[in-house]
Design a protein around this ligand. Structure first.
Ligand code: SF4
Ligand code: SF4
Length: 280
């Protein structure tokens, strides 16, 4: 049997960053993505908490790959212009929906590339699709990239249940399990990143939701949010003809202090000022 070749965190970083850059250059449309981020974690007992914090039937890394040694979670952030465009009005712009589809395709393709890279070095991997891994009744993910990212230290949850990374929350996540031993490489060690959860003034996301699905006390009302995502797809002109799984909104993800980076009171203040100027 072939002895596996060791893979370092640096090898994986180079692969992920180069792949997204090349993919972006090869796609004919405008570049949609900033530099991707990722965190790795040993596939150990820390993940046993998933059924408790994510969903009772959430899979564990060992369910996907019994010989798995590491979990890799990555985040592909959107460019600022896309976030700005989606801010207008109460219905998501068509480009936001198209970016959702393009990014899911990128994530699935990137996961395949990482799997092949590991395979060549002698390690098996298990993949899950970028989206719609959830229970349609409970609206809870059976494989939640966000909760895996939380455990791996890629980011933290906001009040709006969006996942705040060092590059913000406007973007999409992917993850996989592999036999390669990559160790723990978190990007975030703080308990929380959300301003409100850290006792600062914010709750901009609560005001942004067009259907009142986000609240300071209860977080996100999944049913209200899901109903809105469905009506956006099925009842609006903007998203007509998109894929049947393109359930998008993102109004609580854009032009909020945590959209593009770790939120600070200064960013919140700058945003308040620019709004004040706009309304003069
Ligand atoms: S907008 Fe403010 S309150 Fe809402 S998740 Fe972001 S930092 Fe937290
Ligand atoms: S995605 Fe849209 S509907 Fe859902 S909570 Fe955010 S703003 Fe509200």
């Amino acid at each position: 049997m072939m002895t596996p070749t060791p893979i370092t965190h640096g090898d994986l970083k180079a692969l992920i960053e180069t792949y997204v850059q090349d993919y972006s250059m090869a796609s004919k449309g405008k570049n949609l993505w900033r530099t991707p981020l990722f965190a790795t974690a040993r596939a150990d007992e820390r993940f046993n908490v998933l059924p408790k914090i994510a969903a009772p039937d959430h899979s564990l890394p060992k369910d996907l790959l019994p010989t798995g040694k590491s979990v890799v979670v990555f985040f592909v952030p959107f460019i600022k212009d896309l976030a700005l465009e989606n801010h207008e009005g109460k219905i998501p712009c068509r480009n936001w929906g198209l970016a959702y589809e393009a990014t899911n395709a990128l994530i699935n393709s990137l996961c395949g590339e990482i799997r092949d890279f590991f395979k060549e070095a002698g390690y098996e991997s298990a993949l899950v699709p970028a989206t719609h891994n959830f229970d349609p009744v409970k609206l809870m993910a059976r494989w939640s990239h966000k909760h895996l990212g939380y455990i791996a230290g890629l980011g933290r949850f906001g009040v709006n249940a969006q996942f705040i990374t060092p590059s913000g929350c406007a973007g999409r996540l992917g993850s996989l399990v592999t036999e390669a031993e990559l160790g723990d490489h978190p990007l975030v060690s703080e308990k929380e990143l959300c301003l409100h959860k850290n006792g600062q003034k914010c709750l901009v996301c609560v005001r942004r939701c067009p259907v009142g699905a986000v609240s300071a006390k209860k977080g996100i009302d999944r049913e209200k949010c899901w109903a809105r995502l469905k009506s956006n797809l099925h009842e609006t002109q903007e998203l007509s003809g998109l894929q049947p799984t393109s359930h998008v909104c993102g109004k609580c993800q854009v032009l909020v202090p945590c959209s593009l980076g770790i939120p600070t009171p200064e960013i919140k203040k700058e945003m308040d000022l620019s709004y004040a100027e706009k309304s003069i």
